[in-house]
Design a binder for this molecule. Structure first.
Ligand code: FMN
Length: 158
């Protein structure tokens, strides 16, 4: 399956995770500003951190507008959300919900939801049917769990 990760990252955390996933999947990786290239892939992985009060990472602001013009019918999407469950417990990884809603509206089918077990937060919009909408990484508080979370997620995608 032709796969590409599109990411937005302010301090490099999401970029680092996206790079690791791309190496393990042997897939392409691009900044989200190139989201129009999603049309060339079968599996489109969207990665963002959450900023402000549950907002998308800033690079996604323009990219999201661009994505609204990309036909994602017949494509699979998977999401990677980076956040801080301790510092921002009420808006934990909300950013991937925003990406999810646009991608779904453009016809994509979501894969790669994950269990919320092992995280501790009070609220997140990134949960559907009791599952996170994608891979959720918290480097601030659970850095030691990152490797296993990435590995398990990749296994579930494949
Ligand atoms: C001002 C500020 C606001 C943040 N807001 C949220 C938030 O609402 N939800 C969340 O899960 N994480 C939030 N975070 C945590 C970041 O998402 C986290 O630090 C992440 O690792 C940054 O990744 P990046 O370097 O790829 O942008 C916030 C961090 C800062 C400094």
């Amino acid at each position: 399956m032709k796969t590409c990760i599109f990411y937005g990252s302010s301090t490099g955390v999401t970029e680092g995770i996206a790079n690791r996933v791309s190496k393990l999947l042997s897939c392409n990786i691009l900044k989200c500003s190139e989201i129009e290239k999603a049309k060339d892939y079968d599996l489109v992985i969207l990665a963002t951190s959450t900023w402000g009060d549950g907002d998308l990472q800033g690079d996604w602001d323009n990219a999201l507008d661009k994505m609204k013009n990309v036909d994602l019918n017949g494509k699979k999407i998977a999401l990677i959300g980076i956040g801080d469950q301790d510092g921002y417990a009420d808006t934990f990884v909300n950013g991937i919900k925003t990406l999810h809603d646009v991608a779904k509206n453009k016809g994509a089918t979501l894969i790669g939801t994950t269990s919320t077990n092992g995280y501790s937060f009070s609220d997140s919009t990134a949960i559907e049917n009791g599952m996170f909408l994608g891979l959720v990484i918290d480097k601030n508080n659970q850095s030691d769990l990152t490797d296993d979370r990435i590995k398990n997620w990749i296994d579930s995608l494949q």
